[in-house]
Design a protein around this ligand. Structure first.
Ligand code: TYM
Length: 330
């Protein structure tokens, strides 16, 4: 049995990139393993959030986990902020993380912007340390994430080993990133060179897990593509980022691969391909979106799931903190 830990930030709504890069892989791995899947609300406030929107987003994310197929009886679903040990361990780990390691993190550079070094908050800078605490607190062995989080998981490994060296114990195991499936990096529907993101301005750049069938079809119809027909092999998609992204989506949703998708569509134009892709997206996403709405109608029900998840997480977290504090000398 493997201990699997991962989370998603409680900012805005989830999109199909979050689903294919992370959530769907969690669903596949939940049985036969011990899983803790949290909602990263502490990470969310590294950038300003409206408090009532944050509260709603946490519930909506919990509902989305369940709607996507995470079984709350098997998996502990909880809000990160309800287990204070995340912050406590992050402080201890922050004290042994060299600034040089944090300076290498590309996400900080992207999020902080040009003048980041002076204006970004300490939380945004320390973001990856909190991520390390999120996983090490539970002795997580596997961390299923999309490709963009690989660098952060590698840092977790370094931090785990730094702790072991500092306190001369073989205490934390270095967690492994699990980056799987055909679509580990889904790109924007408007620009195939940019990652699909929750914060991108145009809603047409992404498919939200709460979009209905009409919205999905319209977004796929309007998605940027190119004028050439679809090629025979994935290699020929190399310089066609939008085409590559749409074919990747098709392969991932059909449960096959880009190569398989191209076997079906080689020589066809996007006007043939897009309606089929839209059908597939609707088939996958529309039931999730309907279920989220159903679950959100019963806020108390969601709160019960979150509370139970917190209780389960705290049992493990408290034990880790007792052991860590003893090692540190508290
Ligand atoms: P977040 O909220 O940005 O994204 C959640 C998950 O979705 C994946 N993802 C994508 N996968 C494929 N294509 C995309 N376009 C795409 N966009 C996002 C992400 O890789 C991630 O797996 N820092 C994390 C949340 C976090 C966390 C953790 C994750 C906090 N603590 C501990 C793992 C372990 C984040 O911001 O993900």
């Amino acid at each position: 049995m493997t201990r699997i830990v991962s989370g998603i930030q409680a900012t805005n709504r989830l999109h199909i990139g979050n689903y294919l890069g992370a959530l769907r892989n969690w669903v596949d791995r939940q049985h036969g393993n011990e899983c803790l899947m949290f909602i990263a609300d502490l990470h969310a406030i590294t950038l300003p959030q409206d408090p009532s929107a944050l509260r709603r987003n946490v519930r909506e994310l919990a509902a989305t986990y369940v709607a996507a197929g995470i079984d709350p009886e098997t998996v502990a679903i909880f809000a990160q902020s309800t287990v204070p040990a995340h912050v406590e361990l992050a402080w201890i780990l922050g004290c042994l993380t060299p600034l040089g390691w944090l300076n290498r993190m590309t996400q900080f550079k992207d999020k902080a912007g040009k003048d980041g070094a002076d204006t970004a908050g300490m939380g945004l800078y320390g973001y990856p340390v909190l991520m390390a605490a999120d996983v090490l607190l539970y002795h997580g062995q596997e961390v299923p994430v999309g490709d963009d989080q690989k660098q952060h998981v590698e840092l977790m490994r370094d931090i785990a080993l730094a702790f072991n060296r500092r306190y001369q114990q073989d205490y934390f195991t270095a967690p492994e990133p699990m980056i799987g499936g055909e679509a580990t990096r889904v790109m924007s529907l408007r620009d195939g060179t940019k990652k699909m993101s929750k914060s991108a301005e145009s809603d047409y750049s992404r498919i939200n897990l709460t979009d209905d069938a009409d919205a999905i079809s319209q977004k796929i119809r309007k998605a940027k593509s190119d004028a050439s027909p679809l090629p025979e092999s994935p290699d020929e998609l190399k310089d066609r980022p939008e085409a590559n992204n749409l074919v990747t989506l098709y392969g991932a949703l059909a449960g096959t691969s880009r190569a398989e998708a191209l076997r079906e569509f080689a020589g066809k134009s996007f006007s043939d391909f897009k309606p089929r892709l839209a059908e597939l997206v609707v088939e996958t996403i529309a039931p999730i979106s309907t279920k989220v709405k159903e679950l959100m109608a019963d806020e108390d029900g969601i709160d019960v799931i979150l509370r139970k998840g917190t209780e389960r997480a705290r049992v493990i977290a408290d034990q880790t903190m007792d052991e860590v504090k003893a090692m540190v000398g508290f």
